[in-house]
Design a protein around this ligand. Structure first.
Ligand code: FES
Ligand SMILES: [Fe+2]
Length: 398
């Protein structure tokens, strides 16, 4: 047991709660969060009601192609803007026709006298939105917003990119992230499906967790499986605070696919995963700011049971069966949980830094906001080594 890192109920709440004004909620709001796949908004349905970080919001696209994210309730008499309509510069409430632009300013009140100043008194909650890598990112923290991080998977252009939206998870976001610094589970939970276990007769790995500019790099060293073979390295980062960067090989065609798995808190007991996949190819071109194809990924079978033949279904089983909000005050950590301990410590430190308005991990200086952040992902078992190259050299900017 890691006696030095016992969690009390109060600490558990502090690390898990996502609402406005809560410690972790305020930290999460200082990072751009993907709130929707851009392809979820269409010409026919340009408005969607969502809940993110415990807030009920409406995301919309104007007919001019600008995105907005505002409080779902109209400030006038609180009807839902989700049933409203959009035009070239804003969203109109379905009840009395008040209209808001993407900054939340009220720009029309059709039933008020033309000389009325009531419009100027309206202060509607609105958050900035940016399209990147097929996702709509929103910034819900104190202004000014920091630059949006241009992760490699989101910003590479020479290849195919698409977004996967997973079944809504009925559990708190922290369970999904602690899993990302818990490499011991690969052999056991994914033993029948993942590439590693089949090639290894007996469990035996070394793990390292290295803090770096954007989070924690997780490194697994698997001993050689016999004479003539060498130990295999698998490393990929947890991008702080709530994303996993990963690389996999498609079983059918052998293509290497880089991905980010964004675990977006919906509220304290629900999490929405958006996964962006990028497959480098010679012939495809996908601009970073384009709307990419979207597919839905089911984590459960038709009868409600988890898809235990799929890695993502296995992880969902583990996360949800830990409880809606896992009671960490009753857990029993071992030496193999050191990655989880390190991540929680980083989370605590950054919660404090956010409170004090100090610089946070992962923030990009404004003079480097256009640069692509390239992560050094290695998985020697599937042929991705440090030198194998993952994208054209001109895109490898750090
Ligand atoms: S409630 Fe929205 S305009 Fe009246
Ligand atoms: Fe897993």
């Amino acid at each position: 047991m890691w006696a030095g890192f016992l969690i009390t109920r109060e600490q558990n709440e502090r690390l898990t709660q996502v609402g406005r004004g809560t410690p972790a909620g305020e930290l999460l709001r200082r990072y751009w969060q993907p709130v929707l796949a851009a392809a979820e908004l269409t010409k026919d349905k340009p408005i969607k009601a969502i809940r993110r970080l415990g807030e009920d919001l409406v995301v919309f696209r104007t007919t001019n192609g600008h995105y907005g994210l505002v409080d779902e309730r109209c400030p006038h008499r609180h009807a839902s803007l989700a049933y409203g309509s959009v035009d070239d510069d804003g969203i109109r409430c379905p009840y009395h026709g008040w209209k808001y632009d993407t900054s939340g300013a009220c720009i029309e009140q059709p039933a008020e006298p033309s000389a009325s100043k009531l419009k100027d008194e309206v202060c509607h909650i609105a958050y900035p939105v940016k399209l990147l890598g097929g996702l709509l990112f929103a910034y819900m923290g104190p202004l000014p917003a920091p630059p949006l991080q241009r992760w490699d998977v989101l910003a590479w252009t020479h290849g195919k990119r698409w977004v996967q939206k997973h079944t809504l998870l009925n559990c708190n976001w922290l369970q999904t992230m602690e899993n990302s610094v818990d490499p011991a589970h690969l052999y056991w939970l994914h033993g029948n499906t993942a590439h590693l276990a089949k090639a290894v007769k007996e469990y035996g790995e070394e793990h390292e967790f290295i803090q770096f500019d954007y989070g924690i790099m997780k490194r697994r060293i698997t001993p050689s499986s016999g004479s003539g073979s060498s130990p295999k390295i698998d490393q990929h980062p947890l991008i702080f605070p709530n994303t996993l960067r990963h690389v996999l090989k498609d079983k059918k065609n052998g293509a290497i696919r880089h991905n980010v798995q964004c675990r977006v808190p919906v509220d304290d007991t629900h999490t929405q995963v958006y996964m962006v996949l990028f497959e480098p190819t010679e012939s495809d071109e996908t601009p970073a700011e384009s709307i990419t194809p979207l597919e839905y990924y089911a984590l459960r079978n038709d009868d409600g049971s988890y898809r235990m033949d799929k890695v993502l279904g296995q992880d969902a089983m583990a996360w949800e069966t830990q409880g809606a909000i896992m009671d960490r005050s009753a857990e029993l950590l071992g030496v193999s949980d050191i990655g989880i301990v390190k991540y929680r410590k980083l989370l605590e430190e950054q919660i404090e830094a956010a409170k004090e308005n100090s610089p946070l991990i992962g923030f990009v200086p404004t003079n480097r906001e256009d640069q692509i952040i390239q992560f050094n992902c290695i998985n020697e078992r599937i042929g991705v080594s440090e030198t194998s190259g993952t994208a054209p050299a001109d895109q490898m900017i750090l």
